[in-house]
Design a protein. Structure first.
Length: 116
C-alpha cells in the first residue's frame, strides 16, 4: 500500500528555519507532480508549493514565495520543503501529496509551530 510519510516539523522561533521531508513508501513517485500543503487550526488545508516530476517546474503560494524552497530527490523517492524566515502564520500541520492531491494519499502530516 502506498504511503506518504512527512517528518521534520517542530517548534522554531520566528525567523528560524526547518526542513521538512516527505518519503514515499511502497511505490515510486518520481514521475508525479508533488506538492506540499498545510492546515492551520480552524482553517482549511491550503496549497504551499509544487514541483514537477523532473524538478524543472516549481511554483509556490504567494504567502511563502521567497522564503520556502521545494525540491526532490528521485533516488530517495523523497520531496523536501526548506522553510526559512518562518513566521507565526506559518504554524500548521504540513502534508505532502500529489498535485492535484490524491484523496487516499493524505498522511499524518508534521506539525510546525512558530510562536508569536
Amino acid at each position: 500500500q502506498v504511503q506518504l510519510v512527512e517528518s521534520g516539523g517542530g517548534l522554531v522561533q520566528a525567523g528560524g528555519s526547518l526542513r521538512l521531508s516527505c518519503a514515499a513508501n511502497g511505490r515510486t513517485f518520481s514521475s508525479y507532480v508533488m506538492g506540499w500543503y498545510r492546515q492551520a487550526p480552524g482553517k482549511e488545508r491550503e496549497f504551499v508549493a509544487g514541483i514537477s516530476g523532473s524538478g524543472g517546474v516549481i511554483y509556490y503560494a504567494d504567502s511563502v514565495k521567497g522564503r520556502f524552497t521545494i525540491s526532490r530527490d528521485k533516488a530517495k523517492n523523497t520531496v523536501y520543503l526548506q522553510m526559512n524566515s518562518l513566521k507565526p502564520e506559518d504554524t500548521a500541520i504540513y502534508y505532502c501529496n500529489k498535485d492535484p492531491p490524491g484523496r487516499d494519499l493524505w498522511g499524518q502530516g508534521t506539525q510546525v509551530t512558530v510562536p508569536s
